[in-house]
Design a protein around this ligand. Structure first.
Ligand code: FES
Ligand code: FE2
Length: 442
């Protein structure tokens, strides 16, 4: 499940530290996990209970790679964006000296949040309280009146692990991240040709969806619901045809043609397929052709922006990226759309959908929002409504975990199994803490 180079023990020690304030919970969580029946949806507490929500933070959100922002959002030295996530706030900064960097948005004097703006450009961060000032690499540049013996090197901003790959920025809030390298290799092979690091954000929409974050991931991992809910999406893609075993000949022809084009373009074609299965435990990348007549994911299949990256032709299909717990992306030849989840409460999730186009594309001349947005805006909003309706139903005392359709919902099963495994290994380890303490003492 985790990368080869990762040590399991430090990760669990770190989790134990985070959970010390919830000493009675391992047994409760283990009991809940023991009720879990593989192949069925989770029980109510996993979607409603504040305690489980807290466990999610410790066992999933603080141990995984979190999609934070696009590199093009901080493309100039001094650019920054702030990601507020749970109790944490992180400044992602295009450090004038070192490149991309991330710091906890917490003053080292008395803890004040340094920066309240969501984004901007600066060469230093000045705390509003007593004006301690931080510069490149998080160094404390000035702290007036602190007297002799005060060493500013002891009070630099706390760094946050950050990785940039193919124009995407991922951060890790804990000490022992899963190995990023296998994901980087796949991601760069798939997404680098789209040149997202040199793209720009054309538009984004923030939603607050009344649903637990896991319901939103589950919804994204299947197309069982597509026929009755996504007319625009199924017109452009083969997902439904794949699941129904239809258009086999057409699918194979499109696939063969696509592989040739991709090879000629110097792109890897080894993950060109119709699969939506995870290629790693917490990530997947693949590339798939669009249906005949569709050059991109737009309502009429026609381009909605100038070509991205290295592309010479529009008919390049779609690169799809998914990472647990909070990100997916469809990248076409002319635009890319990313989706980021940030939990706000057990039944509330902030979702940011972002549209990217070539950095030099000019609004009104090269693209319009009227043509760029509708495909994914409609598809996304159709999903949010379904997720909200599911949350409403799960809240009812009549809700019971139901069976997933093994073929159609196999990726949901994979996600839920992955999630349960994250929590189970943590709960198992914590529940043995008293025994280990005794063993250590004797
Ligand atoms: S709390 Fe930031 S300078 Fe005092
Ligand atoms: Fe959907």
């Amino acid at each position: 499940m985790w990368g080869q180079t990762e040590s399991r023990q430090p990760r669990l020690n770190e989790l134990a530290d985070g959970l010390n304030e919830f000493p009675d919970q391992p047994s409760r969580l283990l009991a809940l996990l023991n009720e879990y029946v593989p192949g069925r949806s989770l029980s109510r507490p996993f979607y409603l209970d504040p305690t489980v929500y807290q466990w999610d933070w410790e066992a999933v959100w603080k141990t995984g790679w979190i999609f934070a922002a696009h590199a093009c959002e901080i493309s100039h030295p001094g650019d920054y964006v702030v990601l507020n996530i749970g109790d944490e706030s992180v400044i992602l900064w295009h450090d004038p000296q070192t490149g991309y960097a991330a710091f906890h948005n917490v003053c080292r004097h008395r803890g004040t949040r340094l920066c309240q703006d969501p984004c901007g450009r600066t060469q230093s961060f000045v705390c509003p309280y007593h004006r301690w000032t931080y510069g490149s690499t998080g160094k404390l540049l000035s702290a007036q009146g602190m007297g002799v013996g005060f060493d500013p090197r002891d009070y630099e901003l706390h760094p946050v692990r950050l990785e940039e790959a193919a124009g995407l920025l991922f951060l890790h809030l804990g000490e022992c991240p899963p190995d990023f390298l296998p994901f980087r290799v796949q991601l760069e092979s798939e997404l680098l040709p789209h040149g997202l690091a040199g793209a720009k954000v054309a538009h984004y929409i923030d939603y607050e969806v009344r649903a637990n974050w896991k319901l939103i991931v589950e919804n994204n991992r299947e197309c069982y619901h597509c026929l009755s809910n996504h007319p625009e999406y199924i017109a452009a893609t083969y997902d439904l045809a794949r699941d129904r075993g239809e258009f086999h000949h057409e699918l194979e022809e499109r696939l063969d043609a696509a592989r040739k084009v991709w090879r000629l373009s110097g792109m890897a074609d080894d993950r060109v397929n119709y699969s939506s299965e995870m290629s790693g435990a917490w990530y997947r990348t693949n590339r798939t052709p669009l249906r005949v007549g569709y050059l991109t994911e737009s309502l009429d299949g026609q381009p909605v922006a100038p070509l991205l990256g290295v592309f010479q032709t529009y008919d390049m299909g779609t690169a799809r990226i998914t990472t647990y717990p909070n990100f997916w992306c469809h990248a076409n030849s002319d635009h890319a759309v990313t989706t980021q989840l940030i939990p706000l409460a057990p039944d509330l999730t902030r979702i940011r959908v972002t549209w990217l186009v070539h950095a030099e594309a000019v609004l009104g001349r090269d693209y319009s929002l009227e043509r760029l947005l509708p495909f994914w805006q409609r598809t996304s909003e159709q999903d949010w409504e379904l997720c909200h309706a599911q949350q409403q139903g799960v809240r009812s005392s009549a809700y019971q975990p139901g069976p997933y359709a093994e073929h159609w919902e196999k990726n949901v099963i994979q996600f839920v199994n992955w999630y349960v495994e994250q929590l189970r290994e943590t709960a198992d380890w914590l529940s043995q803490r008293p025994k280990r303490a005794i063993d250590a003492a004797t």
